[in-house]
Design a protein around this ligand. Structure first.
Ligand code: GLY
Ligand code: MN
Ligand code: MN
Length: 441
């Protein structure tokens, strides 16, 4: 085939090439697809492909193993997968099969997964380094050890077994940290769907309704747009907002409650992650407004640090300083800013970090530090900015009017060449904007 008729290399194929170039010709990568997971007895959770496997293959099926053998003359990118099986496919839907894997996914070659015990030892032979996720799947760990032992057993016949075993994530996750144009298109779509769902939630929630009714409105919007939950939604009214991982979502929403919603869509396996906190009755009380505005100021302070070249932790530090200063002004902390920052007393009310990488996983892969120091932000990185304040009921020394207020504001941010882009801008954040939207109900 000449150059002009060669189909454009798919993005997963490009990533495989890039990874192989970094690893070099004496390496081999072994990466299994995610196993199906049982929910109860013989029913399963909806299948979700392993993020690393998806990144390197775009192949949606279980019972598959990607093997990369850089520099191998007879093919470098190999897939083991299920054979076609009309009887099974009548129950479970179509499979690519080995031919479909080569034709549709750009592998150099594909083999039936049933033949892997026979073939894999031969691929390991002569390779020095095995890159693999040890400890993720114990059953697969044992298989790999078995294949390596198979080669070891033939050393007297001249076989050369691999002798270095390295964590695959180390290099692969550095690639995943920097989002391509195609990935950003999917992430923007995930963000847009989630932002729309939060607007719908604001329009839906009223005093006298249950939290799960709002949860349902969010899920309805996600599924209508071909998206799923990126994680279990948190819909917490009143003091439930102070429970960081609240997922019961079964309480009645009362007049005077704030409602904290942390819900994100997953679109084509890419996550979004948004939190908004708004008054169920349409108006923030004086205390709720003060806390909300403080969290919003902290988010803006963190966002101002989302620039290429700034250290990753600058955003968190700016948020903490803003929150602490505000809590001192409101009388919820005592003493000086310096003392409070030093002692970490603010952690009574702000006990988590200000964000995380975002991508195929909601808490996405990638190092936060390099050689012990927080790394610098670079274009193509996507992360959340999500400060909050949580004044749990019964907080010692806190006047009762503040107790039970929990607020978090979370947005998704892309670092660009010149600054940043908030990709979750479709849902209001300012007090006036939120109250105006709620007044339309
Ligand atoms: N929704 C998970 C998080 O905010 O990190
Ligand atoms: Mn988050
Ligand atoms: Mn979240």
């Amino acid at each position: 085939m000449n150059q002009s008729t060669t189909p454009a290399m798919t993005e997963p194929a490009r990533r495989r090439k890039q990874l192989m170039r970094i690893l070099g010709d004496d390496a081999i990568v072994v990466l299994p697809a995610a196993p199906p997971r049982i929910r109860s007895n013989d029913t399963h959770y909806g299948y979700r492909q392993d993020s690393d496997f998806w990144y390197l293959t775009g192949f949606p099926e279980p019972e598959a193993v990607l093997v990369l053998v850089p520099g191998r003359a007879h093919g470098q990118a190999l897939l083991f997968c299920r054979d076609r099986d009309p009887a099974r496919e009548a129950w479970d839907g179509p499979r690519a099969g080995t031919e479909g894997a080569v034709a549709g996914f750009g592998f150099d070659d594909a083999y039936p997964i049933a033949d892997i015990d026979e073939i894999l030892p031969g691929l390991l032979e002569g390779r020095t380094r095995v890159h693999y996720h040890f400890g993720r799947d114990t059953a697969f760990d044992l298989k790999l050890i078995g294949w390596v032992n198979h080669v070891r057993a033939q050393v007297k016949q001249g076989a050369r077994p691999p002798h270095e075993f390295l964590e695959l994530g180390h290099l692969l996750h550095e690639l995943r940290l920097f989002k391509s144009r195609d990935e950003l298109r999917l992430m923007r779509r995930a963000a847009e769907i989630a932002a729309q769902a939060h607007v719908i939630a604001m329009r839906t929630a009223k005093p006298g309704m249950f939290e799960y009714e709002v949860e349902a409105a969010i899920l309805h919007h996600f599924r209508r747009h071909d998206a799923q939950l990126a994680y279990e939604s948190i819909v917490g009214a009143g003091a439930n907002a102070c429970v960081l991982h609240y997922v019961a979502n079964d309480a009645l929403m009362k007049d005077g409650d704030l409602l904290l919603i942390d819900a994100g869509a997953e679109y084509r396996n890419y996550a979004s992650d948004i939190t908004r906190t708004f008054p169920v009755n349409g108006r923030y009380s004086k205390e709720q407004r003060a806390i909300y505005q403080l969290v919003l100021d902290a988010q803006k302070a963190a966002l101002a640090q989302a620039l290429p070249g700034r250290p990753y932790d600058a955003g968190h530090n700016a948020a903490v300083a803003t929150l602490t200063e505000g809590l001192l002004k409101l009388g919820l902390l005592k003493g000086t800013l310096e003392k409070n920052l030093e002692s970490g007393d603010y952690k009574r009310f702000y006990m988590h970090k200000t964000g995380h990488w975002l991508g195929l996983d909601v808490h996405d892969v990638g190092e936060y530090r390099l050689a012990g120091e927080f790394r610098q932000l670079e274009p193509g990185m996507v992360f959340t900015i999500e400060p909050g304040l949580y004044i749990a009921p019964g907080s010692k020394g806190v006047p009762s009017r503040w107790q039970g207020i929990g607020v978090r504001i979370e947005d998704d941010v892309l670092v660009t060449k010149t600054g940043h882009e908030v990709i979750t801008d479709g849902v209001p954040r300012e007090v006036d904007e939120i109250e105006a939207l709620l007044a339309e109900r």
